[in-house]
Write a protein that binds this ligand. Structure first.
Ligand code: 9MR
Length: 367
């Protein structure tokens, strides 16, 4: 890691003194996290995007906005770019909420990950889609038509502004190694829906890096193998696939650094990027330890160190700004452990031990 430029210009004694004074001041200034010890500086030095899932539209306090802008170098819209959020009807779009987030991130110099074009679960699909397909004489052709329109409109709207897109989210079944039987796209179009979506997205924004983002693969070797095989088939067919996302919702088991490192390396061996796209690690996983916050901090360091060890691992995104804003507190599997406290900042927006742990991991690495 380069803390000082390799070529030190000629400087006077006075300016040397000023530089040294500034260095010693920042070394002693551990309380001010926006200074040199902060997450964004550490992320930039390590050349790793450190992101947050966020939306600015819904009653977001100025304090949370400040935190999201100060502490992260990348932003993912948690909900505002899902198909169900963007398209109130089959032939209209409402970009107001998503645009607010894009404006926010651009104003703060942050990278943007688009999330997500095609997701068959929850509000990934707009409520009108099922009826639209039911009434079509050729549902597969109608779905393709809607996919073309959605991609051209949405990816086109943000062309040149978003660094990455999760073009497809969670194509596989939650458990096992097959496609999800409830995956509308796969039901109607077969595996080629992935090629089709990627090609459409690439045409709409050739500069965006296109990802498939998958969940619950961290401890399911069969599902992970299926994802790798799928990515390889897509690449062999010439599809514009530039990366795979490992979501990283570690709600039933703490991350295993060796498994994660192996998975990151196997994705990188395909010659594409990998990111951990939705990281959260609930505190309850460590309730049997003497200091759960310290154990959580070590688990966070494991994830960051695994990614930092793989040059094609280009980013890690936290799925929420702080412990008061986590999807896990509304999720049935984790209802018994509310508050789940899975993030880097607590409910009062104060940095937790996990924050210092990831900053230390970032500044210790020379990538
Ligand atoms: O955190 C998101 C939550 O607010 C939404 O209600 C939910 C449904 O759209 O999606 C959550 O985010 C999901 C992400 O988009 C895809 N991977 C799983 C995430 C948690 O469900």
């Amino acid at each position: 890691m380069k803390l000082l430029p390799s070529k030190i210009p000629q400087i006077s004694i006075v300016s040397l003194f000023l530089v040294l004074a500034a260095c010693s001041d920042s070394n002693n200034n551990n309380g001010d996290r926006s200074e040199a010890t902060g997450l964004t500086d550490a992320a930039r030095q390590a050349e790793l995007a450190v992101g947050v899932a966020f939306d600015v539209n819904v009653n977001v306090s100025i304090e949370r906005k400040t935190l999201a802008s100060r502490e992260f170098t990348s932003v993912t819209p948690e909900n505002s770019m899902k198909w169900g959020s963007l398209a109130p009807t089959s032939d209209s779009f409402d970009f107001r909420n998503a645009d607010q987030l894009v404006d926010f991130a651009i104003a703060n110099g942050q990278r943007l990950r688009g999330h997500t074009l095609f997701w068959h679960r929850l509000n990934g699909l707009p409520p009108w889609l099922a009826e639209e397909l039911n009434k079509a004489s050729d549902p597969a052709a109608r779905l393709q038509e809607l996919m073309v329109n959605h991609t051209a409109t949405v990816v086109g709207h943000y062309a040149g502004q978003l660094a990455q897109w999760d073009v497809i989210n969670e194509p596989l079944a939650l458990v096992g190694g097959g496609f999800d039987p409830d995956n509308t796209f796969h039901q109607l179009l077969g595996e080629e829906y992935l090629d089709f979506a990627l090609l459409q997205a690439h045409a709409a924004d050739p500069s965006a890096e296109l990802f498939i983002n998958e969940t619950f693969i961290e401890f399911q070797p069969e599902k992970f193998d299926a994802l790798i095989a799928l990515a390889q088939r897509l690449l062999d067919r010439g599809a514009p696939l530039h990366g795979l996302g490992i979501q990283g919702h570690f709600f039933f088991r703490a991350p295993d650094k060796a498994i994660l490192l192996d998975q990151l390396q196997r994705i990188a061996a395909l010659g594409i990027k990998v990111e951990i796209t939705e990281l959260d690690i609930p505190l309850a996983l460590f309730s049997g330890t003497p200091d759960p916050l310290a154990a959580q901090a070590l688990a966070y360091a494991d994830v960051f160190n695994a990614c930092l060890a793989v040059s094609l691992c280009s980013g890690i995104t936290l799925w929420g700004t702080d412990d008061a804003h986590t999807w896990l507190d509304g999720f049935s599997f984790t209802a018994a452990t509310v508050p789940n406290r899975p993030l880097l900042f607590d409910e009062e927006l104060q940095a937790k031990p996990a924050y210092d742990s990831v900053v230390n991991a970032l500044i210790a690495i020379d990538r």
